[in-house]
Write a protein that binds this ligand. Structure first.
Ligand code: MV4
Length: 448
């Protein structure tokens, strides 16, 4: 097992990784920007190194500074967390070349899944259902028209290097295809430095359902069920739950099986997430996330598996500590992402937290680096806390979530707590009847 892990991230996820390491007897090194000197994970880490000024590109994305910090502190592994360098194949390679372990998948899988066209083809070959569309990248209008005639309009043009919704354009009819292609290509070139695009049938009212998997170095792979992440706005998730209220047990088992077979089939060795759109009873693979995810605690709550611990173990070459048959799914869990934002306009609200009190009690978990007196810097993502609540049933989980939100005190800044408190009383949410567009419509209707 590793002796010392450098945590190349910040905020609640850095704290989450620190906790897993300490429970495993591993020493931790926090790296931080000058703006994060007072962060909780920096205070708790065994050692810390300042790696640069506030801007992410000069600190949390600064590969040379992070590798230097790992070298001088004698770390034998680097955990990249989420976002930042977590899916960067070049960084994973550099970590390896420095004689350390990247706690994540092989660079080969970071690269192949990072290219959405390759990812889709790989999954199709491994028996995973994909969205009907082009086989590979599309270059000219005639080719695009021919594919659209086959799959039918509306058609979505997507960037091969994309993800997160950038570089997507819908063509509702033949006349819109030329402009959609050009606009998607331009956006992709500007955002990702590659103008490769591909086509898919546009699904109008899907849910976003993702399946958690873990694979090891010994040919083992398991799935840990699904999370429903449909409640999002502008590609920012607000709340995630598991199991999905939209699936039958049969659908759940079937998609879990497809994901686990693909994980084993590609020799994937880490935690990973298969993202699907789910519409009219059918699953369609769209992307694979080759990292730990922000919403991983939902899965931990319903399975009892410590995902970060397993990720670290498999990165160290150890076999998975359990088999598929050992995984028991129990009850329901919901995660609320609490952002330092105005709950109506979503404008960032950084600043000093004058008073902080987190809820607790049975089946309530809070992952947060906040404390009274902490000053939230304005330079990063506004996620400041995750509230994860479980219950034996979804109804019980909702009642518990309601009381946990009532207990939560964060003063001095605005947060999205009031939005969550409102949302869980919406009849559509209570009945589980929502798709990926529901939250935007809800916010628009309130005049946010
Ligand atoms: C789609 C789609 C509809 N049809 N693909 C958005 C981000 C990227 N990861 C995939 N996305 C979508 N792909 C087809 N063929 C709708 C979306 C989409 C979306 C997907 C998941 C969660 C939220 C979303 C919000 C808007 C659009």
């Amino acid at each position: 097992m590793f002796h010392k892990v450098l945590i190349a991230n910040r905020g609640e996820i850095a704290l989450r990784i620190h906790r897993a390491c300490r429970e495993m007897g591993i020493h931790t090194v926090a790296v931080h920007s000058t703006a994060d000197a007072n962060a909780m994970h920096v205070r708790l880490a065994d050692e810390s190194v300042c790696i640069g000024p506030p801007a992410s590109k000069d600190s949390y994305l600064n590969m040379a500074a992070i590798l230097s910090a790992a070298t001088i502190t004698g770390a034998d592994a680097i955990h990249p967390g989420v976002g930042f360098l977590s899916e960067n194949a070049d960084f994973a390679n550099m970590v390896r070349e420095h004689g350390m372990t990247f706690i994540g998948p092989d660079p080969e899988h970071l690269r192949s899944m990072g290219d959405k066209v390759t990812a889709k083809q790989t999954m199709k070959d491994l028996g995973v259902p994909v969205v009907p569309g082009s086989d590979g990248a599309v270059t000219d209008d005639d080719e695009a028209w021919a594919i659209a005639d086959r799959i039918g309009y509306p058609v979505l043009v997507k960037a091969a290097a994309g993800g997160g919704g950038r570089g997507m354009k819908v063509a509702h009819k033949r006349e819109q295809m030329h402009d959609a292609l050009n606009m998607a290509r331009n956006e992709a070139r500007n955002a990702f430095g590659s103008d490769a695009v591909y086509l898919e049938k546009y699904l109008g009212h899907p849910r976003h359902i993702e399946v958690q998997v873990v694979g090891d170095n010994h040919g083992n792979a398991v799935h840990l069920g699904e999370r429903d992440c449909s409640l999002q706005r502008r590609h920012q998730k607000l709340l995630e739950e598991g199991p999905s209220p939209a699936l039958t047990q049969e659908q759940r088992d079937w998609i879990g099986q497809r994901a686990v077979e693909a994980t084993r089939g590609m020799g994937y060795r880490s935690v990973g997430t298969f993202e699907f759109l789910f519409e009219d009873g059918e699953f369609y693979f769209i992307e694979m996330n080759t990292r730990l995810q922000v919403e991983h605690p939902v899965t931990e709550a319903i399975t009892g598996v410590d995902l970060v611990r397993e990720q670290i173990r498999v990165a160290a070459g150890l076999p998975l500590g359990f088999r598929q048959d050992d995984v028991e799914f129990r009850g329901h869990a919901i995660e609320c992402r609490i952002n330092a934002e105005d709950p109506r306009t979503f404008a960032p609200s950084p600043g000093q937290v004058t008073n902080y009190h987190a809820p607790s009690g049975l089946a309530v978990r809070v992952d947060s680096g906040l404390y009274s007196g902490y000053r939230i810097p304005p330079f990063y993502d506004s996620l400041v806390a995750k509230l994860i609540v479980s219950g034996t049933t979804r109804a019980e989980c909702l009642r518990r979530l309601n009381r946990a939100l009532e207990e939560f005190v964060i003063e001095g800044i605005s947060t999205t707590i009031p939005l969550h408190a409102e949302l869980i009383h919406e009849p559509d949410f209570i009945s589980g009847d929502y798709d990926i567009h529901w939250l935007q419509r809800y916010v628009d209707a309130k005049g946010g």
